[in-house]
Design a protein. Sequence first.
Length: 424
Amino acid sequence: MRRNRRLAVIAAGVTLLGSATWLASAVPGTTAGRTDVHTSADATKSASGALGTPYVHTRPKDDAMPGADGTVTLRSCPLGGADKPLGQNPWSLDCIALERLGNGTTVAMRCWASTTPPPDEASAKWFKVEVTSGPQSGKTGWVWSDLVRDQTPGTAQCDHIGHEKDPAAPAPEPLHFEVTGSCTTEGGELASRSGRFTPGGPYSVDATRPDGSAYPLAHDSGTVRADGSVVWKWPCKGDPVGTYTTHLVDLSTGREAEDTFTVGQAPAPSGGDSPGGDTSSGGGTSPGSGSDESGDARPGTPASRTVTVSNKVTNGPSEMREDDSAAYLSSVTKNHCADDHCADDHCALAGTELHTGDTVAATCRTEGDRTTNGEDRNARDDGNPGLAESTLWYGVRWTDGRFGYLSVVWIRPDQRGGLGLPSC
């Protein structure tokens, strides 16, 4: 008789299951590790004291929400709310909703993790589960703990969620770069051996003089060859005696390489002292893009200075824009050489078109036509901070040896002051 009464209580508990509210943590007074059913009556254990197969089910308050469809979301991460794609979560995962599981879908509980609660909820506990029934059977993902019923006692804590414990990727091999050869201030050219740069990727290069000051280079970047090597050569003629440093960066990985080289003293000519060098010497290496494979490093003479073109004109009261026409070298210090104005003199040097960011070797300075990058017939740009005018021109040695002039207005603003160059 006692046994029959107990079975009747169990049957009453099963009838109440659909309207029960399930919580993720044990309720005081229940068996540790269990998830209990809270009803208006006396929900009890089963006759054996064991729980049934875990399954997902919405709560009554979920079902009362507008648009409720009686499904539970299976997620790729233990996070609720909006998706958090790769890079926006600590596990290197694409955190999205994977599936919608119908109420009553059974699951196998693999482990749990505590992260953050869904919006407007209290529990931060989530279960990693594998779906064991229905069309999504075999799928794995995360379900918020309050939506898992008949939770398996003793479910272990997850060791990891995503890739946060993956071993670190091996560090890339260090770059190989060394300067080879010897030279003097009177002549000679240094070469290099290099490798392990990122094939096809960009790299940068800079250099310093023996006194530690920056050495202006004709080209300060390039593209790595297919075999992982780079172009680097250094003609030494005219450089002061001393030890120089060159520094390269593989921009694809951030790896760096550095080496030093020495420009030696030229043999003393008979009856005189050894010639010195000009510390204002410009040029340097010509790596990668913007140079040919010969690596010819320094257009111009030892007394040159590398300057950067700024072919920009005013664009209203505050902005600058690239000029519609390219800058160019001319055989005289006159403007409009590419127009009919100077056609008889053929003063525009063919093939010397220049755009912002190009570099040339200035060898001297002189006076010529007034040049401006503004609108002389319109006052709207009078307050433009980029407005410039000047009668100063630089003499420039082109890479093929031709010589021409370029107004300093078409040079970067910080290089328009003459640079200590001699008169042309």
